[in-house]
Design a protein around this ligand. Structure first.
Ligand SMILES: *Cc1c(COP(=O)(O)O)cnc(C)c1O
Length: 354
């Protein structure tokens, strides 16, 4: 993929005094790289953040051939910048690429490019507790062509956005509605790819749930509408009678890196944990017997999101209060501890940049 060209901005933006919210402020520079059939991926460069020029016939604008990733850079108390499992994100980008007929990228080169971009933008990584710099790599098909086939031209971008603390007032349980009418993905579909289409498919259900006062929906499988899949942007875990259960990776859900981290940490802590196709009836049954101890989502944005209320049709499940001793809280403290350099990184998940 060759060398990395760098063109710095002559008019740096004013950095926000206080970082709050998600995904509205962007840094001074981005990384961009082109793909053509003849040249492969080439011309990787860091440029001033600006609008992009694209042909209105670009394939991605019509048929959704696009994929993305989401990860974060964290600032430690000592002012060092840390990445959490970044290699896993670029490897997942390649797995999503395969599903969408998008050409593979060189993971080593992408890691180098990201680290260079972060070095240039290091002053954009916010320092207040719980804040971070969100990293959004994405690839879109740019070939101007209205026929339906995989494109022969692409662009890969990385943009950076300082984001506020997900829990400005401490870990807060959310209420979630089990979705009965809509489905997100089916077996053999795109469910395991981090692609735009999955998000488009989720919007209507999400909106209806919001109007009813829920934060997100919990998806059931698209065929039998019975087995638990995942939450909007998170994987899901249940603690039933001391055992932690999460749905297996069968192609319809996103293989979350936070999900994988949670599984590894629970195994290390010797908490019984099982990847298993759990049905919504089993969850309701466990609740009625008083066995449903915790429910929590996992994802890069929230890390751990405890579920305080889970509603399935007319069954309202009020779940734990997530005290200091809950698994959800322990996992949250442990994983964020590693990310911010407070807890020893026993799994070698962190890369410190300097
Ligand atoms: C990104 C994503 C997740 C969480 O993945 P992480 O790697 O843990 O951030 C879960 N579900 C969906 C649908 C996602 O897009």
């Amino acid at each position: 993929m060759g060398s990395l060209q760098i063109n710095l901005t002559k008019s740096p933006k004013e950095k926000p005094a206080r970082v709050a919210g998600f995904g509205t402020v962007f840094t001074d520079h981005l990384f961009v790289m082109d793909y053509t059939k003849a040249q492969g991926w080439h011309n990787g460069r860091i440029e001033p953040y600006d609008n992009i020029n694209m042909d209105p016939a670009a394939c991605c604008l019509h048929y959704g051939q696009g994929i993305f990733e989401g990860l974060k850079a964290y600032k430690t108390k000592e002012g060092k910048i840390q990445l959490f499992r970044a290699r896993d994100n670029f490897e997942r980008l390649n797995r999503s690429a395969e599903k969408l007929c998008i050409p593979q990228v060189d993971v080593e080169f992408m890691l180098e490019a990201l680290e260079k971009l972060l070095e240039i933008e290091k002053d954009w990584v916010p320092t207040e507790q719980g804040t971070s710099l969100y990293i959004r790599p994405f690839i879109v098909a740019t070939e101007p062509f209205l026929g339906v086939r995989p494109a022969e031209e692409y662009k890969l971008f990385i943009v950076l956005s300082p984001v506020g603390a997900y829990y400005p007032e401490g870990l807060k349980p959310v209420s979630i509605m089990v979705e009965k009418n809509y489905v997100r993905a089916v077996r053999g579909g795109l469910g395991e790819a981090k692609t735009m289409a999955n998000y488009a498919a989720s919007l209507l259900a999400q909106e209806e749930a919001k109007q009813k006062g829920f934060t997100q929906v919990l998806w059931l499988d698209g065929v039998e509408r019975k087995y638990i899949e995942e939450v909007g942007t998170m994987n899901i875990f249940f603690k039933i009678k001391g055992e932690v259960i999460t749905p297996p990776l069968t192609g319809t859900i996103l293989p979350g890196i936070t999900r994988d981290s949670v599984l590894k940490v629970l195994k290390k802590w010797q908490v019984p944990v099982k990847e298993y196709r759990i049905s919504i009836e089993e969850v309701v049954d466990a609740y009625k017997k008083g066995w449903l101890e915790e429910v929590f989502g996992t994802g890069t944005a929230a890390v751990i999101s405890p579920v305080g209320k889970l509603v399935y049709a007319d069954v309202e499940m009020d779940i734990g209060d997530y005290t200091e001793n809950s698994i959800a809280r322990k996992l949250y403290d442990y994983l964020t501890g590693i990310q911010y350099g407070i807890v020893e990184d026993e799994f070698c998940w962190v890369k410190i940049l300097d």
